[in-house]
Design a binder for this molecule. Structure first.
Ligand code: COA
Length: 183
């Protein structure tokens, strides 16, 4: 398996999160991120209710312009084992899309699912016409593997901010046109 690009077989198992899959997706997210900020908590409820007025209202309160995607990785038994999302913030909606809820169930880590989710997310952003993709992560030891994955995939650190318990790391990368072929 390539360390640079995700396994195509894995990428094929990444699908939009339907309402039926939402509970499972939430379980994975809650397992991986037991400590959420009020903003993150709110934005996740907004995802759950994304088709309703409540969801749109909560998104606005959280400063989110719109949810571009919320997708899940399904294992061979069709159980949700990973999640990834894309959304736009009101403040920079004109130029960038943000990655959210990128995580993999601890039980299936180290098999390339994370890489496949990154490939998929970048491709999604490219297909939606975005040229810049941003995200924030942190110095929490739980997110250490993600830093290597992000670096390998061209998400460069652009700034740091002191959070309550950890330091928040902001990263971004540009999305080359498909014909240039570098994901
Ligand atoms: C970051 C995260 C998504 C990675 O998920 P993953 O499925 O384990 O990712 P991958 O398998 O693609 O890659 C992880 C490592 O396993 C290695 N790997 C990939 N396929 C492998 C295989 N078949 N055999 C052995 N190792 C493999 C990768 O090279 C990578 O190595 P590294 O530790 O040197 O970086 C996961 O660790 C996670 O959910 N972390 C907590 C949440 C988080 O930090 N999210 C992002 C911040 S907001």
């Amino acid at each position: 398996m390539s360390r640079q690009k995700g396994d195509r077989a894995l990428t094929k198992n990444i699908v939009p999160c339907t309402n039926e899959l939402m509970k499972q997706a939430e379980m994975v997210v809650r397992t991986v991120f037991p400590w959420m900020t009020p903003f993150e908590w709110l934005s996740f409820i907004a995802i759950r209710h994304r088709d309703s007025f409540l969801g749109r209202l909560l998104s606005r309160v959280a400063g989110v312009e719109d949810l571009v995607a919320f997708d899940v990785y399904l294992d061979e038994t069709n159980a949700v084992r990973g999640t990834t999302g894309l959304y736009r913030y009101e403040k920079d909606a004109h130029e960038a899309v943000w990655v959210a809820w990128f995580c993999v169930d601890p039980a299936v880590r180290g098999r390339g699912v994370g890489q496949a989710l990154i490939d998929h997310t970048v491709e999604r952003a490219r297909n939606a016409g975005f040229k810049k993709i941003r995200l924030y992560t942190s110095t929490d030891p739980n997110e250490e593997t993600a830093q290597r994955l992000y670096e390998r995939n061209g998400f460069k650190e652009v700034r740091r901010e002191r959070g309550l318990f950890t330091t928040i790391i902001f990263r971004e990368r540009t999305i080359p046109d498909a014909e240039q072929g570098v994901v």
